[in-house]
Design a protein around this ligand. Sequence first.
Ligand code: FE2
Ligand code: FE2
Length: 166
Amino acid sequence: MSTDAIVILRDDHKEIRRLFREFESAGDNAHATKDALATKIIEALTVHTYIENETMYPEVRRLLPDLEDDVLESYEEHHVADVLCMELAALDSTAERFDAKMTVLMENVTHHMEEEESDWFPKVRAGLGRKQLAEIGERMLEQKKTAPRSPAQPSALKKAIDAVTA
Ligand SMILES: [Fe+2]
Ligand SMILES: [Fe+2]
């Protein structure tokens, strides 16, 4: 299994897209399925944004200062997704605003992942060596084991609060 940081993050994106497609193909009234998928989507996003926020973004910012603006924009996009995930985690799929909130979450995240893949990852790959990317990737794989799984967990919540009060 590759420990290349970009390969790891791309694999996460692929899994997130797969979950989005499953959600979109669930029937409007398939509430149990939609609730279960929402839990999985929130979990996948919480873990993914956590390892990017904690490791990938700060490391790239430190090693490639020219990419600072991209990193700052990404933190804001993650923040919007965090807020939606937190709200969705408290909603049942029968709630009036559930589908709309999920749609906005999926649209935002899809846009963000496309930007990372088409623009940001190539710049990072051009700027960092294979060894550096492997080392960052190893740390992210390790971090995945203890990363928060839902936005209600203190470490994820603290991030959201820090972002609001910063
Ligand atoms: Fe991201
Ligand atoms: Fe990402």
